[in-house]
Design a protein around this ligand. Structure first.
Ligand code: AMP
Ligand code: TRP
Length: 335
């Protein structure tokens, strides 16, 4: 039986954090053997942000190296850079011309990011989900493993696919498959360390709000020691008045591979934050240590990463350009 196809990506904007890891990359790794996988570094998306244009090339390499460091095996999965395959931008243009403007104006992420960019909102920011739809549909992906925040973009991707199928496909030969999001049960929304009501994000001005995958043990200890907690007694999940408590316990639960009951039982014996934080620090450090060691190996092996990305480009191109050709044919372009 044909394996289902998976596609996902992360923007090369600075260092990846544990939200990216738990919401996305860790799940790519876990289901790697089960699917046919395409993981891209979405550098064309990154330039829609105001502050991320510096170090674009270096950050692209770092992000690809982190995929591998987290456990993506280039022998099993295709790892590539979005801008290396011009079909992404070209398909996005074709989609632009069939996507109603008001579909994009409703996107939550656009509204949030546009607020932050103030008077400098670029067209790319609005168009961001159309390019994402192109990324996914070019590969006829069945599944897209992402964090909770990308759910709306996946719905838009399906709407674009349906529209193209309706306008240019035939009933028994749809042009695009409809992809489904794959959102993890735990870790889909890791919250900020400085505010349990907002998600951990690369664009938060405070570095103390997130843990980077490449943070040193000292930095991690400092961030957890200083992170926001509360003055309530005991530690508990799911109390809406204690979002920080829920977030820290959830982090511990996922990284220690324990279940909720085990964590609750363990916490009953603790006196409070002073007892819990050292355990959490230790757990985060021991989870990140192997990733950091592998990252150093990947980055320091001359030529390795470039070879992986060149092979990835070749494999991905074959599929991407074939899909693009069939869409252009269906839309009536001169061959
Ligand atoms: P981005 O950093 O926006 O490129 O996001 C890359 C991937 O990480 C996407 O699948 C996001 O849904 C996921 N992600 C980003 N932030 C978080 C978070 N705080 N918690 C869980 N997943 C996240
Ligand atoms: N929009 C995604 C994010 O911000 C990144 C992304 C771009 C993506 N293209 C994609 C994710 C295709 C999955 C599939 O997190």
């Amino acid at each position: 039986m044909q394996k289902k196809r998976v596609l996902s990506g992360v923007q090369p904007t600075g260092n990846l954090h544990i939200g990216n890891y738990l919401g996305a990359i860790r799940n790519w790794v876990e289901s790697q053997a089960e699917y046919e996988n395409f993981f891209c570094v979405v550098d064309l998306h990154a330039i829609t942000g105001a502050n991320y244009r510096h170090e674009l090339a270096e950050n692209t390499r770092r992000t690809a190296a982190l995929y591998i460091a987290c456990g993506i095996d280039p022998e099993v999965s295709t790892v590539f850079v979005q801008s290396h395959i011009s079909a992404h931008a070209e398909l996005a243009w074709l989609f632009n011309c069939i996507t109603p403007l008001n579909w994009l104006e409703r996107m939550i992420q656009f509204k949030e990011k546009a607020l932050k960019q103030g008077e400098n909102v670029n067209v790319g920011l609005l168009d961001y989900p159309v390019l994402m739809a192109a990324d996914i549909l070019l590969y006829q992906a069945d599944l897209v493993p992402v964090g909770e925040d990308q759910k709306q973009h996946l719905e838009l991707t399906r709407d674009i696919a349906i529209r193209i199928n309706d306008q240019f496909g035939s009933k028994n030969q749809p042009i695009f498959k409809l992809p489904n999001p794959l959102i993890p049960k735990a870790g889909a929304r890791v919250m900020s360390l400085t505010d349990g009501n907002s998600k951990m994000s690369k664009s938060d001005p405070s570095d103390m709000s997130r843990i980077h995958l490449l943070d040193t043990p000292d930095a991690i200890a400092k961030k957890i020691k200083k992170c926001k907690t509360d003055a309530e007694r005991g530690l508990e999940f799911d109390n809406p008045n204690r979002p920080e408590c829920h977030n820290l316990l959830s982090l511990y639960m996922i990284l220690s591979a324990k279940n909720k009951e085990q964590v609750i039982a363990e916490c009953q014996n603790l006196r409070g934050w002073g007892d819990f934080k050292p355990i959490l620090i230790e757990t985060i450090n021991s989870s990140l240590q192997p990733i950091q060691a592998k990252y150093q190996e990947v980055i320091n092996e001359t030529g390795y990463l470039d070879q992986v990305l060149a092979t990835g480009k070749e494999k991905a191109s074959a599929i991407a350009f074939a899909t693009l050709r069939s869409v252009k044919d269906a839309m009536g372009f001169l061959a």
